[in-house]
Write a protein that binds this ligand. Structure first.
Ligand SMILES: [Zn+2]
Ligand SMILES: [Zn+2]
Length: 415
């Protein structure tokens, strides 16, 4: 007999697991969610899955019931503790066993939240989206960084739970009987009446009125509030990317909140105060996956070689640029340093990087030191007189094309 029960329990187990989804997951919450977050999740989801809004959709209707069940447990501190420790089974036992839930009827719960006679009001839909712009330095797009930001928005009054009533009491409107609409008769001419359906002016179309207005929101049911969010800037995220926070726009008891959309932009480069933040990379320009940098060389460096530059990249690592003696760099030439560009966004197997394009600019001295000029002149004179100057050979000038010939001859005459 004992063995039989154990077997039965084993067989039941997978069914139970299938039937009951995790309450936190169901409400889209973290395990450390606070009361406000739980209420908010319920408010949003119960509207979304309300049977009135999803006729003939069994999945939605079941979800509506499950959401209410999850809310009932998580909002009760004691039940939540039991659930955290023992799961669904523990909750059932605590509620009196036998699966007869101790929670609310899901419709009663919905009514207690939204008042107005408890009906799902017609025309209820998603509210408008909200967009905010956030600028972060290029460095954060390179290394990835978590940011926090605050948004001031319309929030459901916490004091009255969006009922607008001090005592939580909403009375069915005496004028419209909870319909929100009234029929008005207007006499157009003697004996001729026109009937018009109009929004009830007593309750403003809500179908219910409040005797004692909530002191916090003055009966408006909503307040202005600042809410803080976290924004994870991921490695290699494109400039201008939009990050959506579902149902985080202005809240209202009358609609499901729209989405909060963060438009993430790259900040104009500026010199940071701290010495450690002073990286050359701050002034890199980005185009998609590639970075661009302009490096300035002196005439001597460009022509004679034998120089090094240590570029400090966005995360502080150093990219060395260098030429040996005798290696010439042409002005305006571009060196491509592979793998030193931006990381690829959401690369599965480790980050992949674009390239860094270094463009060389050569600066000639405005005026040469007298002694230096004399020596240079001497060297050139010597070469000119003894060997003649072959521009092709000695200065690295490219082969002239046919139409450049005349210019070239003139140029040679000038030297
Ligand atoms: Zn009314
Ligand atoms: Zn209030």
């Amino acid at each position: 007999m004992l063995l039989f029960s154990a077997l039965a329990a084993l067989c039941l187990l997978p069914l139970l697991v299938l039937a009951a989804e995790d309450y936190y997951k169901l409400l889209g919450l973290d395990r450390d969610a606070d009361e406000r977050q739980i209420k908010k999740a319920y408010r949003t989801l119960s509207k979304k899955f309300h049977p009135d809004k999803n006729p003939n959709d069994d999945t939605s209707q079941q979800k509506f019931v499950d959401i209410a069940e999850a809310y009932d447990v998580l909002i009760d501190a004691e039940m939540r503790k039991v659930y955290n420790q023992y799961g669904h089974e523990g909750v059932k036992q605590k509620q009196g066993g036998g699966g007869q839930g101790g929670g609310h009827n899901p419709f009663d719960l919905f009514n207690s939240f939204f008042g107005g006679g408890g009906r799902f009001q017609q025309g209820q839909r998603k509210g408008p989206n909200m967009e905010v712009r956030i600028s972060v330095p290029l460095r954060d797009f390179y290394t990835g960084k978590d940011h926090e930001f605050k948004v001031e928005k319309q929030a459901i009054c916490e004091k009255c739970e969006g009922s607008g009533s001090e005592d939580g009491q909403r009375d069915t409107c005496h004028k419209c009987n909870g319909q929100g609409m009234v029929i008005q008769k207007q006499m157009l001419a003697p004996g001729i009446f026109q009937q018009m359906q109009m929004q009830c002016d007593v309750c403003g179309g809500k179908g219910s009125t409040v005797k004692h207005k909530c002191k916090t929101c003055g009966g408006a049911r909503v307040v202005r509030a600042e809410e803080q969010y976290e924004l994870a800037v991921e490695k290699g995220m494109p400039n201008g990317v939009r990050v959506t926070y579902e149902n985080e726009a202005d809240e209202s008891p009358d609609y499901v909140a729209g989405d909060l959309v963060v438009h993430l932009l790259q900040e104009e480069p500026k010199l940071a105060k701290g010495e450690k933040d002073r990286t050359d990379g701050t002034f890199f320009r980005r185009k998609d996956q590639h970075l661009f940098w302009r490096e300035v060389l002196s005439l001597r460096e460009a022509w004679m070689g034998d120089w090094t530059r240590n570029l400090t990249h966005l995360d502080g690592h150093v990219v060395q640029l260098a030429r040996k003696r005798g290696q010439v760099v042409q002005p305006g030439s571009v060196e491509v340093v592979e793998g030193e560009g931006m990381p690829t966004w959401r690369q599965e197997d480790g980050p992949e990087f674009g390239n860094l394009h270094v463009e060389y600019t050569v600066v000639l001295p405005d005026q040469m030191d007298g002694g230096l000029e004399k020596e240079f002149w001497g060297v050139w004179e010597k070469w000119r007189k003894k060997k003649g100057v072959d521009l092709q050979k000695d200065s690295g000038r490219p082969e002239p094309k046919h139409d450049e010939l005349v210019v070239d001859v003139l140029y040679q005459l000038l030297i």
